[in-house]
Structures are given as C-alpha cells and as structure tokens.
Design a protein around this ligand. Sequence first.
Ligand SMILES: Nc1nc2c(ncn2[C@@H]2O[C@H](COP(=O)(O)OP(=O)(O)OP(=O)(O)O)[C@@H](O)[C@H]2O)c(=O)[nH]1
Ligand SMILES: [Mg+2]
Length: 384
Amino acid sequence: MRVFVIGYGQAGGRIADAFIEYAKKTGQNFVARAIAINTARADLIGLKNITMEDRILVGESLTRGHGIGADNEMGARVATDEIYTIQSEIDKRGTHQVDAFLIVAGLGGGTGSGGAPVLARRLKKLYEEPVYGLGVLPAKDEGSLYSLNAARSLMTFVNEVDNLFVFDNDAWKKGGESVKEAFIDINDEIVRRFGILFGAGEANEVGQMVVDAAEVINTLKGGGVSTIGYASEQIESNGGFLKKITSKKKSMDNLDSVTRITSLVRRAIAGRLTIPCDVSTAERALIIAAGPPKELSRKGIEKAKVRVEEIIRGKEVRGGDFPLVKGQHVSTIVLFSGVSDVPRIKELQEIGAEAQETMKEVSSEKEKDYKKLLGGNDAIKPLF
Ligand SMILES: Nc1nc2c(ncn2[C@@H]2O[C@H](COP(=O)(O)OP(=O)(O)OP(=O)(O)O)[C@@H](O)[C@H]2O)c(=O)[nH]1
Ligand SMILES: [Mg+2]
C-alpha cells in the first residue's frame, strides 16, 4: 500500500528518513511521500534522505528554530497554532493515490509527542484514508519527564489515530553502543518490519496469495494498540544442488517451505515484539511471508493462520505472501492489532500519574492549558 509518512520531531524525522533509505535500498515504492516536521532546524538539517523541501520547520516564532526541549505542552501548542500551514504542506504534496497516512513520533520528547496527536486529529478530519500512528516509547533510564510525556501523548494519540503501532526503545536498546549508533540500528529494525507490512500490497511479482492494502487496513480497523513480531532466515545457497540429487524433489521442496513458514511464524510470535505484550489479548492478526515466490507456501500460511487463531482472543486472522524475486531471505511478520495487556504502557501510566501528581502542585495552570489544547483527558487514566 502507498503510505504518506510524516516524521514529527527528532525520532519521527529519523525514522521517516530510514523509511526512504529502506525503500531505495530494496527498490520498493510503498512510501508515497515522506516529510519531516520539527521545531529544531539543526535536527532537520541532520537528516540524510528526505529531500530538503520536505523538511518543514515549525514554531519558529516561539523557538527561533532551536527546539522546545521535551515540553510537550509547547509541542501541542506549536502544532495547534500552525496546523493550517502543516496541513497545506501535506496537501500540496498530493494525497491522491495514498492508501494511508503514518505519523511517526518519539512520545518522550516535546515536539513530536505534543504535535503528533494534534496533527492526527486534523488529518482524520480532512481525509478519508486511515491515519496511523507509530509512537516510540522512551527507555526507562530517560527519566520521569519522558515517561510523563509518553504517558500523556499515548493516551491522546491512540484516540486520534485509526491504529497506533507502538515501539518500545527500552526493549530494544543494547549495551555498549553510542546512542546515535543504537538509534541507527533500532530504526533499521523498525523499518524492516513496516517495509514488509506496507510493501506487501505493492509487490510487482506474482505470488500464490498476495496480501493487498485492504487486508492491512481491515486488520488495523477497530483501533487500539498494535505490535509486530518478525523473523527471518537466509535461503541456503546450496539447497538447489542438494535437492537435485534427491529423488523426491517435489515433495521435499513443499515440505521444506511449509515447515520454514510455520517455524518462522512461530519465531516471530515468540521473539521480541515492537512492544512486548501478551499477544493472546489481540483482536485481529495478519501474517505476511516475504521472499522468493518458490520459497513461499500457501499451506505454510494456512497452518500458521490456524495456530494464530488458536492464540489470539479475536477471530480475525489474515495471511498472505509478499513475493520478492531477488530476495536471499524468507521473512515473516505477524501484526497483532488491538492488544490490551501491555505491561510497559501500564508502567508508563503509573510513572506518569505519579509525576503528574507532583506537577499538579507546581503548575496547575499549565496543566489546564494543556488539557484545553488537547481537548482531552482530565488525568492519566489506565488505557486498558
Ligand atoms: N527509536 C528511536 N528513538 C529515538 C530516536 N531519536 C530520539 N528517540 C527517542 O525519542 C524520544 C525523544 O523524542 P525526540 O523525537 O528526540 O523529541 P522531539 O519530538 O524532537 O521533541 P523535543 O526535542 O523535546 O522538542 C526519546 O525517548 C528518545 O529515546 C531515533 O532516532 N530512534
Ligand atoms: Mg527535538
């Protein structure tokens, strides 16, 4: 499907940038357009792949292009003040032939955390296409201000979008890397998963049961929080030769590809999710297997679907192929939509609620302004 990607703030901009890099590298065309919006000029300049004209500076009168330092009330204010400018920047880039919007933001900071929900609300009013969010949660050691921002933003964002993909930096950070290197790796992990999800419907190869945009959209219908599992395996280059000398070539091939798909799906479910959670609480799921057509197996997908149906609470499980002629890997993703038991979100909300109590005494006026801006929740309440 064709996605209009909007990176809001530093994390959002970098991830949108990584989307373009991935699309270029893999020759895919699911990114209809990618733009970056930020209050910090330096962060926009630091991007590599998004064209200069698609880097949009906002809040200049308030911040002179220097950013707003993790103040998400200010982030929401800037977005509210400049919503017509932002909307026309998006509109003039052409939104026909776009199947969905994806607003990406780090929820712990100020610009993206405050701005993304405001923009989501506006886009939903303007367009019929679904508006999805990708919210990046802060690592635990980033402190309580980041947790508070994330808790507040999450609650609003999830209500403004058609579905919110969540990615938890805390579950993905590795020791020993510089923060910059770590983000490059993490962002690659993110776009690899979304590359399969959104790329699937744009495959220009013939497959057995190719996933289309409607299947992705229907899986995401109903909203809530989504998580994605992923597993990948390199295709053995000597497999062809070995198989030639076996007499039962055909049935061997079939058996191999069925087992490969089912075992990859099992690994995708059991492995690290974008946001770790109890997947049995999911309402809907979508399985996609990507790779060279001869390595993909309809039977494998069917078997994996039955397995996922047994696991999740809901009944809707879809599945299909993403044929890629040049690939050296078979990869699978499993999208779990509408999950409701996410320990990290509960934890953030608790930290957020505590921090909010402390802040209430300090600045009850500021709090009122924030609520007015987002038109939203009185306090941080449990999401599930
Ligand atoms: N995955 C990922 N997370 C990032 C990246 N850059 C920043 N973050 C996370 O995003 C959060 C901070 O959000 P930023 O996007 O830097 O903030 P911002 O929207 O630019 O807002 P301000 O700078 O506070 O105005 C933190 O929790 C960081 O861990 C990135 O490239 N990738
Ligand atoms: Mg910033």
